[in-house]
Design a protein around this ligand. Structure first.
Ligand SMILES: *Cc1c(COP(=O)(O)O)cnc(C)c1O
Length: 397
């Protein structure tokens, strides 16, 4: 997002309380999603993975520009249905209860990603009680993984999906269940894939797996959901995943291998990371045992992503020339500084020993690329500090 939104927000505040806010540029979100979707081959759909950022204004802004929503709980289904009664929903997750499955069918979820044999049997029973037949994609945990991924969900022992080796048996069982209809395969192999060619090779393997199951074990292959996991290079945002190159290669691959299968992407981070910014004011600055520390009004209770990924989050210093006190203003120049939050734990660090030209108490730090897995994965009430202000800009069609 454009940081002029942040400076305008700061200028427009009518309080002297230190700045602490999340800003989301929903016009930027709509534009980005429109462009991503337009580059995809026609047989592909782009769903948004709600867990990355499930705020109603974000979901509303994506209506009409994303093809649907991927959810992982009944709460997320309700959030999506709260903004639209009909938009397509796909429902994944390893631990779906009977009540969640019932609610999903009642609220018109079109595709359920089933992650185990027992889940399939329970869904069949739930659907029977409602007099329905549920369309299902089996979630595979394939024998291969996503090379270089930050989080791995497939290609090894995890709680996700059905072991590739067991899929033929599950398919056979599914044919004895009158209230479920398996219509394809789902694979989400990992997070933060950064290389277009590697990702294309991965999808090639998903297609090969799906076709093998179709040809040898009778899988109906109307849909292939290839998951999300397309990444953001936080250390070097210029070195982004080359989506155009990827889409170009994908078009050729699909023409050759799967011209009539509906392909679904369910991306979270790649869609919403860039639309958000977390901004926090420096309220203290000190040298401790030869290192500089800036303490922010805010921290990992609002923005847990950097500790969760163990990285230094990208930021910009927004200078603030205002200083009201009669005593000198602490400043550090051309030194590495560790940006800490206000929590009483040494783990409350957003960026460690990053060189700054100049930083003063009262300056603001704008952490960019904070729109996905920021606020929504954080432990907001730890230490009972006030929450950040949350500001949504634009988003109207
Ligand atoms: C988390 C998740 C996604 C989205 O992942 P991103 O890395 O944000 O694209 C998609 N599908 C499933 C099954 C997930 O668990």
């Amino acid at each position: 997002m454009d940081l002029t939104h942040v400076t305008r927000y700061i200028a427009g505040r009518d309080t002297r309380e230190p700045v602490c806010a999340y800003l989301y540029d929903l016009d930027d979100l709509r534009l980005r999603t429109t462009r991503l979707r337009a580059a995809l081959p026609e047989q592909c759909a782009l769903y948004y993975a709600v867990k990355a950022n499930s705020d109603a204004p974000v979901l509303r802004a994506l209506l009409g520009v994303a093809d649907g929503f991927e959810v992982a709980s009944f709460g997320e289904i309700e959030r999506v249905r709260g903004v639209d009664a009909e938009v397509p929903i796909a429902f994944g997750g390893p631990g779906k209860t009977d009540a969640e499955l019932e609610g999903a069918l009642r609220l018109g979820v079109g595709l359920i990603h089933v992650e185990s044999t027992l889940q399939l049997s329970r869904l069949d029973a739930v659907a029977r009680r409602q007099g329905r037949c549920a369309d299902v994609l089996l979630r595979a945990n394939p024998a291969y993984g996503l090379p270089g991924a930050t989080l791995q969900m497939g290609g090894g022992a995890t709680q996700f999906g059905i072991d590739e080796a067991l899929l033929p048996d599950v398919l056979a069982q599914s044919r004895t269940m009158p209230n479920v209809r398996v219509v394809g395969l789902h694979v989400h192999a990992g997070s933060n894939s950064l290389d277009a060619d590697t990702h294309l090779a991965l999808i090639d393997r998903h297609i090969a797996l799906a076709k093998r199951l179709r040809d040898l074990h009778g899988l109906t292959l109307e849909w292939l959901n290839v998951g999300g996991g397309i990444g953001i290079d936080y250390q070097n945002p210029e070195r982004h995943f080359d989506w155009d190159r990827f889409c170009h290669g994908l078009a050729a691959l699909l023409r050759e291998t799967a011209p009539s299968t509906r392909i679904v992407f369910e991306c979270g981070r790649f869609i919403s990371a860039g639309c958000g910014c977390y901004v926090a004011e420096v309220i203290d600055l000190k040298r401790n045992h030869d290192k500089w520390f800036a303490v922010l009004r805010g921290g990992t209770h609002h923005f847990r992503l950097p500790v969760s990924w163990q990285h230094n989050h990208p930021f910009q210093v927004l200078p603030n020339d205002h200083w009201d006190y009669p005593f000198p203003r602490p400043v550090v120049e051309r030194q590495p500084v560790t940006l800490c939050g206000e929590l009483c734990t040494p783990k409350d660090v957003l960026a460690r020993e990053v060189p700054v030209d100049r930083l003063r108490v009262g300056d603001r730090i704008a952490f960019t690329m904070a729109g996905a897995y920021g606020w929504h994965i954080s432990h907001h009430d730890f230490l009972s500090h006030p929450h950040p202000e949350r500001v949504f800009i634009g988003g109207q069609p």
